[in-house]
Ligand binder design. Structure first.
Ligand SMILES: NC(=O)c1ccc[n+]([C@@H]2O[C@H](COP(=O)([O-])OP(=O)(O)OC[C@H]3O[C@@H](n4cnc5c(N)ncnc54)[C@H](OP(=O)(O)O)[C@@H]3O)[C@@H](O)[C@H]2O)c1
Length: 297
């Protein structure tokens, strides 16, 4: 049997590093796309694996610049993309990176007759389309479906890496949160996601909702963020109507802050418990990266 070849886009990020390593561990030929390959010489800020010397090829390219992407998919069977923008800023939008950047990668995949494209979108995206990041992801999902290529779409609800934001707030003494913290969420570890990413390479269209093994209410999650750094929980809940009022006021003035507020509102209106996968636990992760050891991403 010939060796299957994968291109991983987003390989310097939290999920991309684990996906690339798992493909390699399962016997694939792994090419990764990175715009800053030097990052791959070091582990990620949350213990994600370094990829330099471990994958077969590292190609340098910027997804928003099609000229830098020529031949990235040459000889490739499957493209995996967790490529996306962490936060928008003036001059660079989610539309530019998450949508147009992934369209550029898809064009290369189609040009080189790639068989399958695996893309990481967002859990319950259809209920949060007013957020620019969600819309950009789903615009790409539509382009992917329209392209005719075989696809798998992964829809995780949250990653362990992002939960360290709460522990940082806990370390500072207080967590301030809209609503009453009663809705639930089950974040997943990147390593557990790595397995799901590679399983998704199986032929046939798939859309998979994904969460981790432990379901928490936000209040329980925040309490864990405190107790794992030996602090007494101090959580301040802001009534949701206040946040909604702010959102209405800010929307015409500042799209970025409006998007953050829309996110805060949606996590208080949409329950985020997703089907449970994986075996790594939030508590262990918080204990490992807790308090003052929490890294900036
Ligand atoms: N965070 C969550 O809880 C959550 C939940 C559901 C879904 N998701 C989605 O899951 C996906 C992966 O998340 P993650 O936490 O792994 O993201 P991440 O750590 O921010 O990684 C994003 C990757 O995209 C790369 N990238 C950004 N712009 C690029 C460009 N112009 N050209 C080439 N590469 C570029 C980054 O490279 P650099 O290192 O050079 O910046 C990085 O490798 C994202 O689409 C995210 O929206 C996240």
């Amino acid at each position: 049997m010939t060796m299957q070849k994968v291109l991983v886009a987003g390989a310097s990020g939290y999920i991309g590093r684990y996906a690339a390593r798992t493909f390699k561990q399962r016997g694939w030929f792994v090419r990764v796309l990175a715009r800053a390959p030097e990052k791959l010489k070091h582990p990620g800020p949350f213990g994600e694996p370094l990829l330099d010397g471990m994958v077969d090829e590292i190609v340098t390219g910027d997804a928003t610049k099609p000229d830098t992407l020529h031949s990235i998919a040459d000889g490739i069977d499957t493209v995996f993309s967790s490529m996306g923008l962490r936060s928008s800023r003036p001059g660079l939008s989610y539309h530019d990176v998450d949508f147009l950047g992934n369209v550029n990668i898809l064009q290369e995949a189609l040009h080189h007759d790639v068989q399958k494209f695996i893309y990481v979108s967002i859990f319950k995206a259809d209920e949060m389309m007013e957020m620019q990041i969600v819309k950009a992801h789903e615009d790409f999902v539509q382009a992917l479906k329209d392209s005719g290529i075989d696809y798998s779409i992964l829809r995780p609800n949250a990653y362990f890496s992002d939960m360290t934001q709460f522990q940082k707030m806990a370390a500072s003494g207080v967590i301030i949160w809209p609503g009453d913290g009663s809705l639930s969420i089950n974040p997943i570890h990147g390593e557990d996601m790595g397995d799901i990413c590679v399983d998704a390479a199986a032929p046939g269209h798939q859309e998979i909702d994904i969460g981790g093994p432990d379901i928490f209410t936000y209040k329980e999650l925040f309490t864990l963020a405190f107790t794992t750094i030996n602090k007494s929980p101090r959580i301040m809940f802001i009534p949701l109507w206040v946040v909604k009022g702010l959102h209405t006021l800010i929307k015409p003035l500042n799209a970025r802050i409006a998007d953050m507020l829309a996110f805060a509102i949606s996590v208080n209106e949409i329950d985020n418990a997703a089907p449970r996968y994986g075996e790594r636990h939030m508590k262990d992760f918080f204990e490992e990266f807790g308090g003052k050891n929490v890294s900036e991403k």
